[in-house]
Ligand binder design. Structure first.
Ligand code: ZN
Length: 225
């Protein structure tokens, strides 16, 4: 697992160079955003320890397998004192509820962890504001760090090669598009996230993008065309 500092408050953790998780520094330790694929729990815990603080909570952008893959193992190792926060609709999908018409796409592996909190847009998690960004999945959320306007956008955008909205089939990373539930809604969410005027964009798949507004505009224009 590669651990790269992005800002004084943010580390990017990359598993097999295609899927990212993030450590967000708070006064009481790190918020881990997403958990990557199965088998990463020990590496994620070690990455936090090496960065100087424990993981004190786990928040998820959405319920896909490459984001919740190590959740059960992490919960087992970290115990009940570390709460798990998952977007409401994706948590309901995980327990087998039919929350939308039709089929949700992408991988929804069996998980045993019951989230301690079902996230609602507008909630705060330490310095992070929860922003609704449905489309890639029904419940997908993003997190805006109110200290420096870092936007953790999950799979609403990807950033391989260039920033792309995951509604748009992009040869550098087609998986995110194939897994997107509602492309029109995802595009709408991309616009909402752009309007937040982020200073830094980080995503589930691809490198961090500083001053990302022009890149986000181009990506949105490409899909809207
Ligand atoms: Zn996804």
């Amino acid at each position: 697992m590669k651990r790269a500092p992005v800002t004084p408050n943010l580390y990017q953790l990359t598993r097999i160079s295609f899927v990212n998780a993030y450590l967000v520094r708070e006064d009481d330790g790190f918020t881990l955003i997403d958990t990557t694929i199965p088998g990463a729990a020990d590496d994620l815990i070690a990455a936090a320890r090496d960065a100087g603080a424990p993981i004190t909570r786990i928040a998820l952008t959405h319920g896909h397998g490459d984001h919740v893959g190590s959740l059960d193992a992490l919960k087992q190792r970290l115990g009940d004192s570390v709460p798990v926060l998952m977007p409401e609709l994706d948590a309901r999908i995980h327990v087998g509820e039919q929350v939308v018409d039709g089929k949700v796409r992408g991988s929804w592996p069996k998980i045993t962890t019951v989230p301690d909190v079902r996230l609602q847009p507008g909630e705060r998690i330490g310095s992070l504001e929860v922003v609704a960004s449905p489309g890639h999945t029904p419940g997908h959320v993003s997190f805006l760090d109110t200290r420096d306007r870092t936007l953790i956008a999950g799979d609403t955008f990807t950033s391989y090669g260039s920033v792309a909205v995951s509604s748009h089939f992009y040869w550098r990373f087609p998986l995110a598009t194939m897994a997107t539930w509602d492309k029109a809604r995802n595009l709408e969410s991309a616009r909402v996230l752009r309007a937040l005027e982020p200073a830094l964009l980080v995503v589930g798949h691809g490198p961090a993008i500083r001053a990302p507004r022009a890149d986000m505009d181009r990506a949105i224009a490409r899909v809207a065309r």
